[in-house]
Design a binder for this molecule. Structure first.
Ligand SMILES: [Zn+2]
Length: 286
């Protein structure tokens, strides 16, 4: 499927900056907001892909499944830490939380244990079955098809926005589901990650160019592009920062080898951590 050379976030005319997949896929850069995206997206026939999103690698999905039971304590601790930030921002103890791309529901179980109301959505039936098995209100559907009369205090989506074929439309849909005040937490792969340096220096390497990894990640975000689109769609107080996967609050609960941990430490020293985190605090009206 061929897309457009208009920026997926701001609509500006974008320019080629790299070629990947043996030169078959062009990567574009938006000079206005700094977004990076591919001219084509793959049509993958896997349970992790849908009409509005690209697939997730089998390895990543398997890590969600594997970590569900073995890293339960880590998920609970991360939910406790994030919950503390959200409660402080919103000034109340019990929150309604919508998680888009909830995986096997590791964090969701933590939120429920902390007394929050929680709904998780995921496009992949394999992980939703596990989340439902854990007693969560977890629904197997594409977020773009989600409808609810409820408005949520918190909407969060981790490693999801880079899979959206129309990321701005995705964010605009999020906006329609927010209570007021509200808190949003997002994380995406960082285009300026240490792991992407080589591919960027080479003008594209294999399937990769910075945070682009075709066909899974067809959009790649920088600090500037993420901050720009969030400010434009939501207003409020937008904060964008880097984190490593081992960050206790904003990292990823996964099994990590000593080699990975050493790499994260190096990326941190260089200010090129692999995760770009954003929080948006939307104040009450008036
Ligand atoms: Zn743009």
């Amino acid at each position: 499927m061929t897309t457009t050379n208009l920026c997926l976030l701001c609509g500006s005319q974008s320019l080629p900056c790299a070629r990947i997949v043996r030169g078959e896929v062009t990567v574009l850069h938006c000079p206005t907001c700094d977004h990076i995206f591919t001219t084509q997206v793959g049509n993958a026939d896997t349970p992790s892909a849908g009409a509005n999103s690209t697939e997730t690698t089998q390895d990543y999905t398997q890590s969600l499944i594997d970590s569900q039971t073995t890293l339960r304590a880590e998920f609970l601790e991360q939910a406790r830490r994030r919950s503390a930030v959200m409660r402080k921002s919103l000034g109340k103890d019990q929150l309604s939380i919508l998680e888009i791309g909830c995986g096997a529901g590791g964090l969701g179980q933590g939120y429920v244990a902390l007394g929050h109301r929680y709904i998780g959505l995921d496009i992949d039936s394999r992980v939703i079955a596990l989340a439902q098995g854990a007693g969560l209100d977890a629904r197997h559907l594409d977020f773009m098809d989600f409808e609810s009369p409820e408005r949520f205090d918190v909407i969060c989506f981790s490693q999801v926005l880079e899979h959206a074929l129309r990321p701005r439309a995705f964010l605009e849909k999020v906006k329609t589901l927010l209570a007021s005040p509200a808190f949003i937490h997002i994380d995406v792969p960082n285009h300026d990650t240490l792991a992407g340096v080589l591919s960027r220096g080479a003008g594209g390497l294999g399937t990769r160019y910075g945070g682009i990894n075709y066909p899974e990640h067809c959009s790649s975000f920088t600090h500037r592009s993420l901050e720009t689109v969030l400010s434009s769609v939501f207003g409020g107080k937008v904060r964008v920062f880097n984190a490593t996967p081992v960050d206790a609050t904003w990292g990823q609960v996964r099994h990590k080898s000593p080699v990975h941990k050493a790499f994260y430490a190096a990326s941190r020293l260089l200010g090129r951590e692999s995760i770009l985190v954003a929080t948006v605090e939307i104040p009450p009206p008036g």
